[in-house]
Design a protein around this ligand. Structure first.
Ligand code: 13P
Ligand code: SF4
Length: 337
């Protein structure tokens, strides 16, 4: 019991030291020796660890901030640390470097790519723009710095609807690279857009059949799906939203159990933030787990080694960075107002 007989708060919270703790008891979560090494190195090197919601639990546990692409972009820009260790995939670490070039940005594994980002090649986009010189390019943040540099504005799943509504009405839009997110934004805004034919290899694995089956097993559990899912799955969902919004939706919804159709790491975050609720992973057509092989290339050992050796470092030509910064900053500004 806490002071005055009040019930202790048993929800994990991240503290300034990066440890998840029970605030009312002062107890800290038992860390493994490697996690302890990471925390010590982080302090010694004045580093900050930013982790995407899809990272493994061991990494989320030592991070200073865990969130979606939008939250991570703001955190990266505001960071005062000397080193940003970005636990996510390559385009996310690039984004951190673009918005905060004075910092050393590390990524535990430089090969952690993204099938979606790969589906839009900068040379192909440049050729398209030559054919359609007046096109307004809206790029989902899941793309390379080269593609960002060719774009007019960037969006994340958390702000895509808001940003697209701000694009001048007289401009024809090309949305790259995710056709499913683009289609969802069109449905929400009524704004017609040309869609690049890219997708996330994990999210398209959820199908109408696989999700309908789990819904029959848990008829009272709302279905929460990421907009990268195909329309047939989105149509079954009670809520379609970014990974960060999934937290608030599940917190504010009185249901006790939820089916989650997104990458499996999201369940780590949901279970920690809302331990009193049950989260059922949405099954894919081929197996029950939706593990992004790129996100899972980061391990706690690689996090330790990256901090210790201060590599691999994300480097980018300054000219490219400056070009990519313009649409990214436009997004950060439009997203706030
Ligand atoms: P958000 O976390 O911004 O919703 O993005 C999901 C994703 O696919 C990142 O790769
Ligand atoms: Fe890319 Fe999909 Fe993996 Fe996200 S989950 S990093 S969009 S491949």
């Amino acid at each position: 019991m806490g002071a005055g007989g009040a019930k202790p708060d048993f929800r994990w919270r991240v503290g300034g030291n990066g440890r998840w703790s029970f605030p009312s008891t002062g107890l800290t979560c038992g860390m493994t020796p490697v996690q302890e090494e990471v925390l010590a190195l982080k302090k010694r090197k004045n580093a900050v660890i930013l982790a995407h919601n899809y990272q493994v639990k061991e990494i989320q546990d030592v991070a200073d901030y865990v969130g979606d692409s939008l939250g991570l972009s703001y955190q990266a820009q505001a960071s005062q640390a000397d080193i940003i260790l970005f636990c996510g995939v390559h385009f996310m670490a690039e984004t951190a470097k673009i918005v905060n070039p004075g910092k050393k940005v590390l990524l535990p594994d430089l090969d952690a790519g993204c099938s979606l980002a790969e589906s839009c090649d900068a040379a192909d986009l440049a050729a398209y723009k030559q054919l359609h010189p007046n096109i307004y390019v809206v790029a989902y943040i899941n793309c390379t710095a080269e593609v960002k540099a060719l774009s007019d504005v960037i969006v994340t799943s958390g702000n895509a609807e808001k940003i697209v509504r701000r694009v001048p009405a007289d401009r024809e839009i090309l949305f790259v690279p995710d056709q499913n997110l683009g289609e969802w934004v069109m449905e929400r805004t009524g704004r017609k857009m040309r869609l690049w034919q890219g997708n996330c290899y994990i999210h398209i694995e959820f199908t109408h059949a696989s999700i309908s089956k789990i819904r029959r097993e848990y008829p009272d559990a709302p279905l929460v799906a990421h907009p990268e899912c195909v329309r047939a799955v989105r149509m079954l969902a009670d809520e379609v939203c970014s990974t960060e919004k999934m937290i608030s939706y599940c917190r504010n919804n009185p249901a006790k159990a939820f089916i989650i159709a997104t990458e499996s790491g999201m369940l780590n975050r949901l279970r920690r933030e809302l331990p009193e609720k049950e989260f059922i992973p949405g099954p894919t057509e081929t197996c029950a787990c939706a593990d992004c092989r790129f996100m899972k290339m980061n391990t706690i050992e690689k996090v330790r080694d990256a901090l210790r050796d201060e590599k691999p470092e994300l480097l980018m030509p300054e000219e490219l960075r400056q070009k990519a910064f313009v649409p990214l900053q436009r997004m950060l500004d439009w997203s706030k107002n």
